[in-house]
Design a protein around this ligand. Structure first.
Ligand code: NAD
Length: 254
């Protein structure tokens, strides 16, 4: 029960890394606001948590919209009385291709979800955390924020910015007991890659390239990110702030 009596919001918890984290946080005693843009997926996460005897509620949110982010914090406070943990995890791969072929619209879409979404989640969580004397913010960046992938400029740029936004948040609020850290997943076994477009052959080709770049020789499992998020969210990480933790099977070593 490492998160006993804590209240957490996890964006993008209708799938993949967010869902695994929501299930683990709830198992460890947290009350979880499952926040996602896709209701059917978010509701399914809530159903699984309740099925395990945990406590969770769904909030539909488009993280690109300030009003939605403000509302998900309200849901946490109205339903559970406070907010201790904000896990800004929702993200998209978006358009891939050489920069000159990326349209303005495609660029703006990736920036809105992956970067503005983290900013808005952080912005609306902080006042509530300050009221209760502190909190923990976790952001999902990526190894792509350190090493760019070919034709992945929009995605990699947003993830590099999320690392810096995390550090800036940590610095601004360190003295007020709000910690901010980010996780840099390598290639994980989630539905994320299948949303890439280009058909199954292209996706399989990308998966094989990615696999070769992970020295550990396999893809990561969502639970392996969830375990690190759990530590960063818990009081065990009380002196950890401004960190970017790679969960990547050694991908950044090569
Ligand atoms: N899977 C990987 O290999 C990998 C690697 C590095 C980083 N990441 C990052 O991990 C995070 C989670 O990815 P995942 O693999 O679980 O992907 P996923 O596609 O399985 O889950 C992403 C979730 O985010 C939700 N979402 C998308 N846009 C949203 C929006 N505007 N508002 C609210 N919710 C929205 C989706 O509905 C989905 O439930 C992302 O930030 C991603 O960039 C993933």
């Amino acid at each position: 029960m490492r998160l006993k009596d804590k209240v957490a919001i996890i964006t993008g918890s209708g799938s993949g890394l967010g869902r695994a984290s929501a299930l683990l946080f709830a198992k460890e005693g947290a009350k979880v606001v499952v926040a996602d843009i896709v209701p059917v997926d978010g509701e399914e996460t809530v159903r699984r948590i309740r099925g395990n005897g945990g406590d969770a509620v769904f909030a539909q949110v488009d993280v690109t919209k300030g009003a939605d982010c403000e509302n998900m914090v309200k849901v946490a406070v109205e339903k559970y009385g406070k907010l201790d943990i904000m896990f800004n995890n929702a993200g998209i791969l978006g358009a891939a291709g050489p920069i000159a072929r990326i349209t303005e619209e495609q660029w703006n879409q990736v920036i809105s979800v992956n970067l503005t979404g983290v900013f808005l989640g952080t912005k609306y969580a902080i006042p509530e955390m300050l009221q209760r004397g502190g909190g923990a913010i976790i952001n999902t960046a990526s190894v792509g924020g350190i090493i760019p992938t070919r034709f992945g400029a929009p995605y990699c740029t947003t993830k590099a910015a999320v690392i810096q936004l995390t550090k800036a948040t940590a610095l601004d609020y360190a003295a007020r007991n709000i910690r901010a850290n980010c996780i840099l997943p390598g290639v994980m076994e989630t539905p994320f890659l299948s949303k890439m477009g280009g058909g199954p052959d292209r996706i399989e080709q990308y998966r094989q390239i990615a696999l070769r770049s992970e020295p550990i020789g396999r893809f990561g499992q969502p639970e392996e990110v969830a375990q690190v998020a759990l530590f960063l969210a818990s009081d065990e990480a009380s002196f950890v702030t401004g960190s970017a933790v790679a969960v990547d099977g050694g991908m950044l070593l090569v």
